[in-house]
Design a protein around this ligand. Structure first.
Ligand SMILES: Cc1ncc(COP(=O)(O)O)c(C=O)c1O
Length: 387
């Protein structure tokens, strides 16, 4: 009954973990949910108010498939401002979150058998999206010593005549790595030398706590880059489904046609909320959320540094830490999923196993949780590891 396409899609490794976590919570057990991929803050009041007002004033109908013109303009100016580029309305399409933007870019530019270089550890959905577009994901593991960042030297041996593109995700999920301007320039030069496009997922662009943010959507990299962004993380708006893809006009128009036959426009009320959010990026509620993440990051790095036989590179951005627990896995003769299940059962600490991100030595910890919960949970993790 099921199509080949859906049958070969991997189930998320986090589902089993999630079920177990919910079972434990239902039994009244204390759970430290460090597996979350979203800010633990509510959408700020000024954005919610704009949405109520929009509903009252009739933002309840279909809109242009690519998004209302004023929102495309607002995104162009927001994304262009941070990257020092002037972006036109018809280079922007509004999508149902950054996930939809990545999927649509790949569907629009990947042909069957095309190979896409995928730096690992990677965000779980990229390989499945590449497969959905009938492409082939070619993972390239970045070394922990280099903050999990890949270099042209690491990518080069994986290039074949079928290689068409490269995924860049900085700040990155699950490692929090941030590529600096020099590293981004080297990747752009590599892409140019091999005539590759770049899909640059910059959903965490406002969460940079160390190092310097850089985007390949700039200068000479711009012409070959598709920039993906959104408001899910930046404005604590995961449920509103607001994302965008920015790039060369012909492809953006093709994505508009694709959406015209699949999802149509994103909810009109979400577009009104997005307009308010983009106009209020300096709002204190948004600034204090970023400051809180910076505080948590510092504390979490200090606590994790004390764990024995656990290695990590301090994340520079996003809100994750990727822990190399290879020594513990070996000692316990467990794979990361088994490790995470036992850890959850015994301590209530929920992490995400690294196999889901293409690195079977690791686990991901999200610090999108209150500071006291992070402290208690990491202490519980420490005592579990010392057993
Ligand atoms: C790297 C990365 N890209 C995209 C997304 C999806 O974002 P959205 O909720 O806007 O679809 C996520 C969410 O976890 C992510 O981590």
């Amino acid at each position: 009954m099921l199509s080949q396409r859906v049958r070969t899609m991997e189930e998320s490794a986090t589902l089993a973990m999630n079920k177990l976590r919910l079972d434990l919570r239902a039994k009244g057990r204390k759970v430290f949910n460090f597996s979350v991929g979203e800010p633990d803050f509510d959408t700020p009041p000024f954005i919610r108010r704009a949405a109520y007002e929009a509903l009252e004033s009739g933002w309840t109908r279909y809109t242009a498939v690519e998004g209302v013109p004023e929102l495309r303009d607002a995104v162009a100016s927001h994304a262009g401002g941070l990257r020092g580029e002037r972006i036109a309305r018809d280079e922007v399409v509004i999508t149902c979150g950054a996930k939809h933007a990545c999927a649509n870019v790949l569907l629009a530019i990947v042909d069957p058998g095309d190979e896409v270089l995928l730096p690992a550890p990677y965000w779980v959905s990229y390989p499945e999206m590449i497969r959905l577009a009938d492409g082939i994901a070619v993972p390239v593991l970045g070394p922990r010593e280099n903050g999990y960042r890949v270099t042209p030297e690491l990518l080069l041996p994986k290039v074949t005549p079928r290689t068409v593109g490269l995924i860049v995700n900085s700040p990155g999920n699950p490692t929090g790595c941030v590529y600096n301007p020099r590293e981004i320039a080297a990747l752009v030069a590599f892409a140019k030398a091999h005539d590759l496009w770049i899909l640059s997922d910059e959903i965490y662009d406002r969460f940079v706590f160390a190092g310097e943010f850089a985007s390949p959507y700039r200068g000479e990299g711009r012409a070959r880059t598709f920039l993906v962004g959104g408001l899910s993380k930046t404005c604590a708006m995961t449920g509103w489904r607001i994302g965008w893809a920015i790039g060369e006009r012909e492809t953006i128009a093709a994505i508009g046609r694709l959406q015209g036959h699949t999802t149509s426009n994103i909810a009109a009320v979400s577009q009104a909320a997005a307009l308010a959010a983009l106009a209020g990026m300096d709002d204190p509620a948004l600034r204090s959320m970023v400051e809180e993440f910076a505080r948590r990051r510092a504390r979490v790095i200090a606590l994790l540094s004390e764990l024995k036989d656990v290695y990590f590179t301090p994340p520079e951005g996003a809100f994750y830490v990727f822990l190399d627990i290879g020594a513990h896995l070996q000692r316990r003769r467990a794979n990361p999923l088994e490790f995470c299940i036992r850890l959850l059962e015994e301590t209530g600490v929920a992490l995400v196993p690294g196999d889901a991100f293409g690195d079977p030595r690791g686990v991901r910890l999200s610090y999108a949780r209150p500071l006291d919960e992070l402290e208690q949970g990491i202490h519980a993790l420490a005592s579990y590891l010392s057993k």
